[in-house]
Design a protein around this ligand. Structure first.
Ligand code: WQD
Length: 342
């Protein structure tokens, strides 16, 4: 049976993709160092699919340790690479950690894939590469802006590494780069979801932990932006919609249906929502009240961004299934399930 390496597969998006790959009949090998996730995620994947993925606790920055996976498993058809540090604020405080971890792990994976002649590679990127777009919605041809953070820069450099590899003489690698907008929500079973360590930086986990009472109050970072209600606009997309696009992209590579050796897709809902609209959607979909106040702007925040997702819809055959209400309702259901587990 075809095996797929999923690096960072006990993480938020990686675990949802592992579920979808298993449900599509693939055998999944998760490589994760568990630095920002828990091994109990494997139980959630097994409960949903009936199958426990292979798991290797390895630091991908250690190439010879990573090689063990390529020696141990046969019939590996490709890799989906999620493993990376991803906290924007932390990356500003610890840039070297971010460049080392995010780039060394990527380079090791690509080198080993080339050595073991495994051609299919999907790279987890981010809309952060666009910075503050000049024109909305953002297409894949929209200009790349100077990164606002070392985290965002590691994604830009990662994409450049893929680009340069495709230009190398004799290149056999086939890459798909997926630029996520704002993934939120959790699997409908509430058996896997987002589990940020410490105080969450992102909006949705901050909301759910405030409603749960774990955090006192949400601060809305600024309401004096040039938007319809003064709060910033983002493209929020259900993590399960993000996940389904990965399986479609992987099958496209497996079937050699790709038209270029590096294909780039925006994974966004195509709709922009303000922070206050998200709060309203959360309250209407859950019946819960969000305790928030308006505070100062957060450095590095862009005013507005949302995707043109036509390319993924036409070339991948991607169909979005979930609404904004599904996103916020599933995020709350997951938060409640986590409370029961603790
Ligand atoms: C969303 C909106 C905040 C928290 C980042 C990364 C991106 C991706 C997703 C990894 C903004 C506002 C937030 C809070 C708030 N990460 N907000 N109070 O910054 O759009 O994207 O996370 O791939 O690469 O850049 O997401 O959820 O942090 O913020 O008002 O306590 O919510 O100002 O407008 P962001 P976010």
């Amino acid at each position: 049976m075809s095996k797929v390496i999923v690096t960072g597969g006990t993480g938020y998006i990686g675990s949802h993709v592992a579920v979808d790959l298993i449900n599509k009949g693939f055998e999944v090998i998760i490589i994760d160092d568990l630095s920002n996730s828990e091994i109990s995620v494997l139980d959630g994947i097994e409960k949903i699919t009936g199958t426990k993925p292979f798991f290797e606790k390895i630091d991908l920055c250690d190439k010879e340790a990573t090689r063990i996976v390529f020696e141990k498993y046969s019939d590996i058809q490709g890799a989906i690479h999620f493993a990376a540090s991803k906290a924007v604020g932390e990356s500003v405080e610890q840039p070297i950690k971010y460049y080392k971890n995010n780039l060394q792990s990527l380079l090791n994976m690509i080198e080993l894939m080339i050595e073991y002649k495994i051609d299919n590679f999907i790279f987890s990127s981010s809309c952060t590469v666009y910075g503050q777009p000049d024109i909305l919605p953002v297409t894949e041809e929209s200009p790349i802006k100077i990164a606002e953070s070392p985290y965002g820069n590691t994604k830009q450099i990662g994409e450049e590494i893929l680009t340069d590899q495709t230009k190398a003489p004799g290149n056999q690698m086939k890459f798909v780069c997926l630029r996520y907008f704002n993934p939120i929500g959790a699997h409908p079973t509430a058996l896997i979801g987002e589990k940020p360590s410490g105080i969450p930086a992102n909006l949705i986990p901050y909301i759910t932990k405030t409603v749960k009472g774990e955090l006192e109050q949400l601060t809305v970072f600024g309401d004096d932006y040039d938007t319809r209600d003064g709060t910033p606009i983002r493209d929020y997309i259900h993590v399960c919609d993000i996940s389904s696009a990965h399986v479609l992209a992987f099958e496209r590579l497996l079937n050699n249906a790709n038209t270029e050796n590096l294909e780039i897709y925006n994974l966004g809902s195509g709709e922009g929502h303000t922070v206050l609209e998200i709060i309203n959607a959360f309250e209407s979909s859950t019946g819960e009240k969000v305790n928030y106040k308006i505070g100062p702007r957060r450095a590095g925040d862009v005013i507005a961004t949302y995707a043109n997702n036509d390319k993924a819809k036409t070339q991948l055959g991607w169909k979005l299934k979930y609404t904004l209400q599904d996103m916020t309702r599933s995020a709350w259901a997951w938060e409640q399930k986590m409370s029961q587990a603790n």
